[in-house]
Design a protein. Structure first.
Lengths: 113, 116
């Protein structure tokens, strides 16, 4: 079945540091890939997505590239801010499964001033 | 659209009582999911519906949990009887399986359940 593996957290960085959160996946079809962010006390919300190989999703300075050859979708940001402190979830949606989403375990990011 | 709407936002109940959580998905979305989130276990998929039909309920922890989707605009998750270990944040999410947002999950704000 489908699965998503994220780098374990928590991750603690200083402001303006470079961020990478690794994500790899296993899927039977050709999934769409997503990163969601959850701020304290809130639900998950979409951060960025990519729907086919070599697509790059980007939003709020975050980027991730759909790498089919390595089945990866790593999240990066060049300079993190305190306001980026949140939990980040990698996910996939596999069309043959009629829209079912599979989520990773989440990675908690704390950015210190 | 107002997004996915969950109610109540907070629920405190005594052990043994019945609890019903409610969810209104985004209009036009044909898949709906119930998740549970705790510090210990993270985000767990409980059940998911497609076109109001339960497709996968393998994540439902035990018979005390049940979920229904009587129509495209409403779903409930019921716990009867509730236990302290059910304390968690319960999220509902809906997905549209076609169109520009295909596959994107829209989450509600969650219901924080505390069983004492």
């Amino acid at each position: 079945g489908d699965s998503v593996t994220q780098m374990e957290g928590p991750v603690t960085l200083s402001e303006e540091a470079f961020l990478t959160i690794n994500c790899t996946y296993t899927a039977t079809g050709y999934p769409s890939l997503f990163w969601y962010v959850q701020y304290p006390g809130e639900g998950l919300q979409l951060l960025l997505k990519a729907t086919k190989a070599d697509d790059k999703g980007s939003n709020k300075g975050f980027e991730a590239t759909y790498r089919k050859e390595t089945t990866s979708f790593h999240l990066e940001k060049g300079s993190v801010q305190v306001s980026d402190s949140a939990v980040y979830f990698c996910a996939l949606s596999d069309q043959p499964n009629a829209g079912k989403s599979t989520f990773g375990d989440g990675t908690t990011l704390t950015v210190k001033p | 659209d107002a997004g996915v709407i969950q109610s109540p936002r907070h629920e405190v109940t005594e052990m043994g009582q019945e609890v019903t959580l409610r969810c209104k998905p985004i209009s036009g979305h044909n898949s709906l999911f119930w998740y549970r989130q705790t510090m210990m276990r993270g985000l767990e998929l409980l059940i998911y519906f497609n076109n109001n039909v339960p497709i996968d309920d393998s994540g439902m922890p035990e018979d005390r949990f049940s979920a229904k989707m009587p129509n495209a605009s409403f779903s409930t998750l019921k716990i009867q009887p509730s236990e302290p270990r059910d304390s968690a944040v319960y999220f509902c999410a809906s997905i549209q399986t076609g169109g520009p947002s295909v596959g994107e999950a829209f989450f509600g704000q969650g219901t924080r359940l505390t069983v004492v």
